[in-house]
Design a protein around this ligand. Structure first.
Ligand code: NDP
Length: 356
């Protein structure tokens, strides 16, 4: 048997004070025919994972006595995304063999763990031709960028889209997927001391133009943008931020455009001028990749396949993460808990990936 450890919560609350580590045994020698046992290769800490622990995210795993063996009280396992390696298979499993890589087929998987026992249907195989970082983070951020760029407006090569939060993982993926699709992107980022470095970085990824939130809010700067567009109209907007950022973004959209709101990083409401709805026929909608799993059958698997192809073709650069290594052989409950508590604190400064 193997000793598995998982980061869990028994009630909703502030993540750092709420999470615990639970250890239990998985008997790899007495599996049901369809069972597989996986060990975790890597898992990210995403904003939605944090919101789930806080109890404010609409899609959440149940806090249940059945979520893991040997629980002292009902719990849910943290985390949704991750990369896993098959270490044992039941007698009827034909789609996986030991050593294969896989990712969760569904959301609310409980990925912040060292091992997991589940049915083979709970996993999608991924090829080992892509990097660990790509494989562990394929189903949320690049998949969201892909769907936003392809599901709403029929964008053709040469068309423009605009986005704020352009330095987020979603934004960086959108820049690269947009480039692959032949699209031009106008990217809004927060100002900072090393803004030239960030502009160079995003431009190297394929951003057509990068502007700051100050430029975004400036009427004067509108003339520069007009000259860049050279008579073209922006058809799609992607809003990660809200507040005055989305107001400026929306003002740059052309007639009949679609504005998708997928994040609210400023914690401010989406503020849109009435005139854009009346005179420019603006459509403003929400985007939620988890909602699309139910609404658009096969969207999860189809999107993952499309993004996988882009990664294999070298169209998406290695995603940037602050990496922490958890060495399974000398883990204790305390050590694993500490890794995730520190990861949660550090996630305010940058994206975190825990490697096992
Ligand atoms: P990241 O942690 O990679 O990026 C967060 C970004 O937000 C950073 O670029 C940061 O800017 C920016 N930011 C933080 N605070 C503010 C603020 N006050 N004002 C403006 N910008 C701010 O996040 P992800 O790419 O993982 O996710 C981004 C957002 O998208 C999250 O809200 C997430 O929940 C959401 N999301 C939604 C999905 C959906 O289906 N609806 C799917 C995936 C993600 P800077 O670079 O300047 O630090």
């Amino acid at each position: 048997s193997v000793t598995a450890r998982a980061i869990i919560y028994n009630a909703y609350g502030e993540p750092a004070e709420t999470i615990k580590c639970h250890s239990y045994k998985i008997d790899v020698d007495s599996l049901k025919p369809d069972d597989v046992v996986v060990e975790t290769v890597a898992c990210p800490i995403n904003p939605s994972d944090i919101n789930q622990i806080q109890g404010v995210y609409p899609s959440r795993p149940p806090i249940s006595a059945d979520s893991l063996p040997e629980l002292k009280s009902p719990a849910a396992v943290c985390g949704n995304e991750g990369l896993f390696k098959i270490i044992a298979t039941g007698s009827k499993v034909s789609n996986f063999k030991k050593g294969d890589w896989c990712i969760p087929a569904n959301v609310n998987f409980g990925s912040w763990c060292t091992h997991k026992l589940g049915s083979d249907k709970e996993f999608i195989k991924v090829p080992q031709t892509i990097s660990v970082n790509h494989a562990a983070t394929i189903s949320v951020n690049p998949s969201s960028a892909y769907q936003m760029l392809t599901y709403f407006e029929e964008l053709k090569p040469g068309d423009w889209f605009i986005q704020n939060g352009a330095n987020s993982q979603v934004g960086r993926a959108a820049i690269q997927i947009g480039k692959k699709l032949g699209l031009n992107s106008l990217n809004i980022v927060r100002n900072r001391d090393d803004i030239d470095e960030l502009v160079a970085d995003l431009t190297a990824l394929g951003a057509t133009k990068v502007i700051t939130e100050d430029d975004n809010g400036s009427k004067e700067f509108g003339k520069t943008i007009k000259s860049w567009l050279n008579g073209k109209q922006i058809k799609l907007g992607m809003n990660c931020v809200g507040g005055s950022s989305v107001t400026g973004l929306a003002r740059k959209l052309g007639p009949d455009a679609t504005l998708l709101t997928y994040g609210g990083m400023s914690m401010k409401p989406v503020i849109l001028p009435t005139s854009l709805f009346i005179f420019k026929n603006l459509t403003a909608k929400g985007f939620w990749i988890t909602g699309n799993i139910k609404r658009i059958p096969n969207s999860r698997i189809d999107t993952i396949k499309a993004v996988l192809k882009m990664i294999e073709d070298g169209d998406l650069a290695e995603p940037k993460y602050d990496e922490t290594k958890a060495k399974v052989s000398d883990l204790t409950d305390e050590k694993l808990l500490h890794i995730f508590t520190a990861g949660l604190a550090n996630s305010k400064k940058g994206k975190q990936l825990v490697l096992f």
